[in-house]
Every structure is written in structure tokens, then in C-alpha cells.
Design a protein around this ligand. Structure first.
Ligand code: NCD
Length: 305
């Protein structure tokens, strides 16, 4: 039985198969509309989410399956002190597959060791968010036709942003990737990413503060929100939250075929005037997120041919 904790749980070849399947789902949705008849997905969300949880639920419903679950820790037995290990043993009796989000790093991993059904990490604290990364990679591959040969700028909260950490881990497997990390000093990428992921693998990267200085070099720009819920004090959040605002003026400095991605939710970091720019693909990304989660559910349930 396979779980998904990190994007690296799949080889690059397995990811290619997954993306091909997602592409087929996009083209021929009717072919997949009943594959999961009688199957159930449990969404166990100990931390608020609309996008990811609804994306999983929409994915399962599109496959003809059903969904059950909870959307915050207060409405689950966690509020009575139940451990994730016990919860997943119980969920294993109710559902065929589980997507779990948790504020504690590693909680879905702990659950997977006790589970009789595949567990998907739907975001664990500031650590990883593998299905967002699958979404990001599918978006890039579909719109650019490749996953290598890019200079990618990651901008915003690179310290706490789990989508950033997962995406870096996944992208270093493709050829000729250069990273430009754009953040205030307080929100730079964690040391373990810099040392154990980038330096260890000789991946070229720069760390800069000003977004405007790098705009012209980028093939992809990945914007992120400042992760308020992971800050220790409100003052720091308020000081840093509007550090970057991508607007028309900055977009004018970028290449004509640069893509702007964002895992959403957006706060102020992308001005709404950018939404009309054809290079802004963050709402398309949401749609790719459903296709890739459909492909993932089929793969983990071993229902893909
Ligand atoms: C991201 C997350 O939860 O980490 N959101 C999402 O799943 N689309 C990004 C964020 O919350 O900023």
C-alpha cells in the first residue's frame, strides 16, 4: 500500500504517469465519472482549509465516489484528546482512502504507520504540502510543456510556506533549474533546505530581497502569502505582510511568457489588477489541482490501468 507524504514518494517517472493520467482526465472526464463508485474518501482536516479540502472532495465526487470527514480539530475527537494514530485506525474502518491536514509537522506520517488505507498528507504544519506541489507541477507542465530548464522565483514567506518547501524538493529532480528566492531577511528559506537540499545537490540559487530586480530573469514566479498562523507575534506579521505586492508595474518588467503561480489563498501580495494578465495562472492552477487529485486517488487506490 502506498501513501503520499512528500512529492519524492513518487519517482520522476511515476510522476510523469500521474500527470499523463491527469491530462487524460482533463480531456475525457466522462471516462472517469464512475470509477470510484462505492469508494469513500475521508478528509481529516485538523487545520482550516477550503481549497485543498474542497479540491479533494470535488476530485472524489468527480470519480463517482463519496466523501466524509471533518474540517477542524474542534469538531473531531482530537478535542477529546484522541491521537492521530487512534483516529486513523477508526477511519480505516469507514473509508478507502484518507487526506489528512494537521498543524503538527509529521502527524500524517505518524497516522500512515497505523493505517490500513492510503493516507495523503494534505499539509503538515510548515513542513510539506505534496498535493499542492503536484498541482504546481501539473500546471507548469501543462502550460509550458516541460518541467526543466527554468529560472523560477519564489517570493514571500519562504520560511513558513510549506508549499515552497515541497516545490523546491520536487523541482531539483528536473534538469537546469535555477532558483531565485525573494523574501525579507526574516522569512528566508530554512537552513535545512539551503544546506541539505540545494547545496548538497549543487542546485544554483540566489537569495534576494527586491522583487523588481529579478523580474526580468524569471520564467516562473511563485508568489506566496505571509503565513500569519505560524507567526509567534502579530507585530511581526503586520510589519511583513505587505512586503511584496505584485502589480501591473512589476509585471511590465517580466518576460512575455512568464507565468505567475500562487497556491492561494491570496491576501495582498498580488494586486487584483494582475488577474486579467494572461500570465497570471493561479485560478487555472486550482482546476489542475482537481485533475491531479483525481489522478492521485486513482493511483493510490490502484484503479488506474
Ligand atoms: C496553502 C497551504 O495551505 O499551505 N494553501 C493551499 O493549500 N492551497 C498555502 C497557504 O495557505 O498560503
Amino acid at each position: 500500500m502506498k501513501h503520499l507524504m512528500s512529492p519524492l514518494d513518487f519517482t520522476a517517472a511515476e510522476l510523469d504517469n500521474l500527470f499523463d493520467l491527469a491530462g487524460d482526465i482533463e480531456k475525457f472526464p466522462a471516462k472517469y465519472a464512475h470509477i470510484c463508485n462505492g469508494k469513500k474518501l475521508a478528509t481529516c482536516f485538523y487545520e482550516p482549509s477550503t481549497r485543498t479540502r474542497l479540491s479533494f472532495e470535488a476530485a472524489m465526487i468527480n470519480l463517482g465516489g463519496q466523501v466524509l470527514g471533518f474540517s477542524d480539530a474542534a469538531s473531531s475527537s482530537a478535542s477529546k484528546g484522541e491521537s492521530v494514530s487512534d483516529t486513523i485506525r477508526m477511519i480505516s474502518c469507514y473509508a478507502d482512502i484518507c487526506a489528512m491536514r494537521h498543524p503538527k509537522e509529521g502527524a500524517p506520517m505518524v497516522a500512515s504507520t497505523k493505517s490500513r488505507i492510503p493516507v495523503i498528507n494534505a499539509g503538515d504544519g510548515g513542513h510539506q504540502h505534496p498535493t499542492q506541489t503536484l498541482t504546481d507541477l501539473l500546471t507548469i507542465r501543462s502550460l509550458k510543456g516541460r518541467l526543466g530548464n527554468f529560472t523560477i522565483g519564489l517570493c514571500g514567506d519562504l520560511k513558513f510556506g510549506r508549499t515552497v518547501h515541497s516545490l523546491i524538493n520536487a523541482l531539483i529532480r528536473y534538469p537546469n533549474i535555477k532558483f531565485i528566492f525573494i523574501s525579507p531577511v526574516e522569512l528566508k528559506i530554512p537552513d535545512y533546505i539551503r544546506e541539505d537540499v540545494l547545496r548538497k545537490n549543487n542546485i544554483p540559487f540566489e537569495e534576494v530581497i527586491r522583487l523588481e530586480d529579478s523580474m526580468a530573469d524569471l520564467d516562473l514566479l511563485y508568489m506566496t502569502r505571509v503565513q500569519r498562523e505560524r507567526f509567534f507575534n502579530e507585530e511581526d506579521y503586520v510589519r511583513l505582510k505587505d512586503f511584496y505586492i505584485l502589480d501591473k508595474e512589476k509585471m511590465a518588467l517580466a518576460k512575455e511568457d512568464m507565468l505567475v503561480l500562487h497556491p492561494l489563498p491570496r491576501v495582498n501580495e498580488i494586486s487584483v489588477e494582475v488577474d486579467e494578465d494572461p500570465r497570471a495562472v493561479y485560478f487555472k492552477q486550482v482546476q489542475y489541482g482537481v485533475y491531479v487529485r483525481m489522478a492521485l486517488i486513482l493511483t493510490l487506490l490502484e484503479l488506474s490501468e
